[in-house]
Design a protein around this ligand. Structure first.
Ligand code: GDD
Length: 317
């Protein structure tokens, strides 16, 4: 089996590449032209692609002839999307259209299956009842990021119904794990804790909104779900969206307390108003029953193990 991963050198891409290679795949990864991102996975072939150049993208697809495409490339920060709306739409929406148009004109069109990546941010809304959000829930995204990902989900339906492309849209909720870059809550908190432990920062951790609740899943469980979604034996859900989540809501305060309890340093907490967002959805919990019934997936890594692993890799660096 041959897979092409766009955005293969990113946080999720590297985990997915390793997982697929360990499962016997030949893996190709795209990265942007002139990108200085580094490929740590020796067994993955990296190819530079500029999705703006459709002819060049078709050439790459015709050469590699992947059986599966995992389209991970995009702008992944909700926070940055507020100040970078155009870039968010260019990376998440326009580049997806360009990739799919290239697929349509390539020799792989009939055989390839494609996974796109959405987000719980597509749901938006302010339902604090705690009822897990199912795929049937009305989309009311409020962040530019959420709007861009909801658009990708609609494009998936379009390309399946109009052209019969074998394409499915994953809607991951928050995913965390060792190696995540700064800008995401667990990475932001953990990096500060380790800097404090090293004596590089005074014993004060700066945080944003602690009252929000999110549904966290380990990135290693997330990539297993992505693989399963393109390897269903029956019950194909082409054109549809599928939540990828644990189904458990955890407050950011709880994440902070858990991380602090895993450190021997005594640390004070200060809320930095700069880290608060214009709109921050108070609660996201996902209903993962569709994913489970389609694929049999279950999350295997608990939150405490993930937080321990995140701190360990930072302390070992
Ligand atoms: N990043 C960050 N840094 N967030 C903080 C901080 C901080 O210091 N303090 C509190 N928060 C709060 C945010 O306000 C938000 O309510 C919550 O922690 C989670 O923030 P992020 O980790 O930045 O994630 P996100 O929910 O905005 O987006 C992530 O999850 C989406 C799926 O729900 C990203 O991984 C997206 O790519 C993904 O689609």
């Amino acid at each position: 089996m041959k897979a092409l991963i766009t955005g293969a050198t990113g946080f999720v891409g590297q985990y997915l590449a390793s997982y697929l290679i360990n499962n016997g795949y030949e893996v190709w990864g795209t990265t942007r032209i002139n990108s200085r991102e580094i490929n740590d996975i020796q067994a993955m072939e990296i190819v530079s692609v500029d999705f703006d150049d459709i002819a060049g993208t078709i050439e790459v697809l015709d050469k590699i002839q992947p059986d599966q495409i995992f389209h991970l490339a995009g702008q992944s920060s909700v926070r940055d999307s507020w100040t970078n709306k155009m870039e968010t739409f260019q990376s998440n929406v326009n580049l997806t259209i360009q990739l799919l148009e290239a697929v349509m004109q390539s020799v792989v069109k009939e055989k390839v299956s494609i996974l796109t990546i959405g987000s719980s941010e597509e749901y938006g809304g302010f339902d604090t009842s705690g009822t897990p959000i199912s795929e049937e829930t009305l989309l009311k995204p409020t962040s530019p990021y959420g709007i861009s990902k909801a658009t990708v989900g609609m494009l998936v339906r379009h390309y399946f119904t109009a052209y019969n492309l074998k394409i499915i849209h994953a809607r991951p909720f928050n995913h965390i794990g060792p190696g995540q870059r700064l800008g995401f809550v667990v990475a932001d908190f953990s990096n500060q804790i380790v800097e404090i432990e090293r004596g590089h920062q005074e014993n004060i951790i700066s945080v944003g909104n602690l009252s929000a609740k999110r549904d966290f899943t380990d990135v290693r469980d997330i990539v297993r779900a992505y693989h399963l979604l393109l390897n269903q034996k029956e019950n194909f859900a082409w054109g549809e969206s599928v939540n990828v989540c644990s189904g458990i809501a955890t407050s950011i305060q709880n994440i902070l307390d858990s991380l602090l309890s895993l450190s021997h340093s005594s640390i004070d907490v200060v809320v930095d108003s700069e880290k608060l967002r214009p709109v921050d959805i108070p609660l996201f919990t996902g209903d993962n029953s569709k994913l489970k019934s389609l694929t049999g997936w279950h999350p295997a890594i608990g939150l405490t193990q993930t937080l321990n692993d995140v701190l360990k890799i930072l302390r070992d660096q």
